[in-house]
Write a protein that binds this ligand. Structure first.
Ligand code: HEC
Length: 126
């Protein structure tokens, strides 16, 4: 039992060291839109981030032509896509980092990225 606890601790340490290094190698470039992370909610910061970076392609009317069919302009759709969207903003496990045509939102506006991350972790407040 002790051994299991110890290996779990070691794993957590390794994971967090990697995480720290990642941020040291890829520092946030700018902090701009929707960066108020207090009282995070869809109708506030989340919608601002999505409207700024994503909705031009991922609205109900444009998604079929410009956004690969992925719609994100309602609370329900945004919530449904959020975990995948978070990965897409870092280019993890998707064909192209999002917003499409960029290296990924995380690398240019980590604050907006963190808004979405926090929204998920708070269980999608409306
Ligand atoms: C210029 C248009 C455009 C913008 C802006 C854009 N997307 Fe996309 N998105 C696409 C297209 C097209 C696809 C279909 C897959 C592909 O072509 O890479 C897609 C696919 C996706 C997918 C599905 C997974 C995948 O990669 O196939 C997610 C999630 C996604 N986008 C999230 C976002 C988020 C979040 C933003 C804003 C930060 C965003 N997109 C901004 C065009 C865009």
């Amino acid at each position: 039992m002790k051994r299991i606890v110890l290996s779990a601790l070691v794993l957590v340490c390794i994971a967090s060291c990697y995480y720290d290094k990642y941020y040291a190698i890829h520092p946030p470039l700018t902090t701009s839109t929707g960066c108020d992370t207090t009282n995070i909610k869809y109708s506030g910061q989340v919608q601002t981030v999505l409207n700024t970076y994503c909705i031009s392609c991922h609205s109900t009317s444009n998604a079929a032509n410009l956004g690969g069919g992925y719609v994100m302009d309602t609370y329900g759709d945004a919530r449904h896509q959020a975990p995948l969207a978070l990965n897409a903003m870092k280019g993890i496990g998707v064909p192209n980092p999002m917003p499409k045509g960029t290296a990924g939102l995380y690398f240019t506006d980590s604050c907006s990225y963190n808004v979405i991350k926090l929204w998920i972790s708070k269980n999608y407040p409306q």
